[in-house]
Ligand binder design. Structure first.
Ligand SMILES: [Zn+2]
Length: 273
């Protein structure tokens, strides 16, 4: 599943190809994604793309006259830039033809993705964003914020940091890895964590995500590949999917538990409650 670093890498990958380009035509080959692709998407034909930003795992295409296209990659979505002569693949559902002579194509085998359109002066006021917590890489996500957000929460800390209302974009892999770096067991009740331990956790989340985004930077040329999936990558992981293997720090076998129906990996020695 594309996580926040993949979405950010996608943003950086398509940005130089779509910024300042005019959308010549929108070709919708299949409308039944997680939400139906609105007919109004055609209204962006003839408009120029001003910028591409990201909120949580949504990409926001900002166009002239406050037109906005929101894209979520869902479970299996990807975007790439191709020459229009390249044949459509089976799950290429939407194509945006650009004044540069290239096409931006949305590909999504499982169709859990979203491509929607709105006219909004401030795209961040869109209902899809109404219940989202802060961005993990922004300064407002700090230990003091987290202490306040978790002050009366008994829920295990791993589930809390994966909750988009508390902080966005910390998926299962990054939650497990961050908790190892911070030395915190995933089951620890959120409200029990002291400010210094939360500071270590905040630092770990930022570090793990930044490292992954930096690694994604090396795959940016893949956005121009005519075949294949761009932007999926995995850094060397300390605990995730390493059950029974020695901890890379202390050599204790990594343990696996199920928490909130998700596989959860930790080192019983390096991580304390
Ligand atoms: Zn260990």
């Amino acid at each position: 599943m594309p996580e926040l670093p993949e979405v950010e890498t996608t943003r950086l990958g398509i940005l130089p190809h779509v910024r300042n380009a005019l959308i010549k035509e929108v070709i919708v080959r299949r409308r039944d994604l997680r939400q139906a692709v609105p007919e109004s998407l055609a209204e962006i034909e003839g408009l120029r793309v001003i910028d591409v930003t990201r909120r949580a795992k949504y990409l926001i295409l900002h166009l002239e006259e406050n037109h906005t296209v929101l894209i979520h990659l869902g479970m299996s979505g990807s975007l790439r830039i191709v020459d229009p002569s390249v044949h459509y693949r089976t799950h290429d559902h939407i194509a945006f033809t650009l004044s540069t002579g290239k096409e931006l194509r949305f590909h999504d085998p499982r169709r859990f993705g979203i491509v929607t359109h709105a006219v909004l002066r401030d795209p961040l006021t869109h209902p899809l964003f109404s219940s989202l917590g802060p961005e993990p890489l922004q300064p407002e996500f700090d230990a003091a914020y987290l202490k306040h957000a978790l002050r009366s929460l008994q829920r295990p800390i791993k589930l809390a940091i994966m909750d988009n209302a508390i902080v966005v974009g910390v998926g299962n892999i990054y939650a497990s890895e961050s908790l190892l770096h911070a030395g915190i067991q995933p089951t620890t009740p959120s409200c029990k964590l002291s400010l210094p331990r939360l500071q270590r956790l905040v630092d770990a989340i930022k570090m793990v995500l930044e490292k992954s985004i930096a690694q994604g930077g090396t795959t940016l040329r893949d956005f121009l590949r005519e075949n294949g999936e761009p932007g999926y990558f995995r850094q060397e992981l300390l605990v995730y999917e390493r059950e029974g293997q020695p901890c890379r720090i202390c050599h204790t076998p990594i343990r696996k538990i199920i928490l909130g129906q998700r596989s959860t990996y930790f080192c019983n020695k390096c991580q304390k409650r």
